[in-house]
Design a protein around this ligand. Structure first.
Ligand SMILES: [Zn+2]
Ligand SMILES: [Zn+2]
Length: 159
């Protein structure tokens, strides 16, 4: 597995070239993150072309993560997909290699959600008792509900 994504400009096909493969996820430098951790290799599929002095890269990136849900606190896995990885950079004629690794890292990090959730329908935890509401309702608020029904019953009785 590669530890960097480097383009050999001297050998790059004039019509552009596609590079697809896997990178060691250590390139993300997220080893010390507590709530979100990459696992499995980072996957890339990019098309690289040089127009005059301009290096153009376009493609997609994917990385699997193990994260803690910001609503319910449970562990879950998700795949971060950066579908629009783009780089355009001026390169001098004397530049032989162009290292895209930092750009790849930035793109994945920008694509990550600020508050990862295990699912859009995650119910989170009850603010009163802390129970994970995805696993069933808690007892809190039950009295309120009963009181509402009681009020309705009373209303019906008056008619
Ligand atoms: Zn959740
Ligand atoms: Zn509760």
């Amino acid at each position: 597995m590669d530890e960097k994504l480097e383009i050999d400009l001297a050998r790059l096909d004039k019509g552009g070239e596609r590079f697809a493969g896997e990178l060691d996820n250590a390139v993300l430098e997220m080893q010390n993150e507590k709530w979100i951790r990459p696992f499995a290799p980072l996957r890339y599929d990019v098309f690289v072309q040089v127009f005059g002095k301009e290096l153009l890269v376009r493609g997609r990136l994917e990385q699997d993560f193990d994260a803690v849900c910001s609503r319910c606190g449970e562990d879950f896995d998700f795949t971060c997909k950066a579908e629009e990885f783009e780089v355009s950079e001026e390169v001098g004629e004397d530049v032989e290699f162009f290292d895209l690794t930092n750009r790849v890292r930035e793109c994945i990090i920008l694509a990550l959600p600020n508050y990862p959730v295990c699912g859009e329908d995650c119910k989170g935890v009850c603010p009163t008792c802390g129970k994970n509401l995805n696993k069933g309702a808690c007892e809190c608020g039950k009295d309120d509900a009963d009181a509402r029904w009681a009020a309705l019953d009373g209303f019906g009785a008056k008619e």
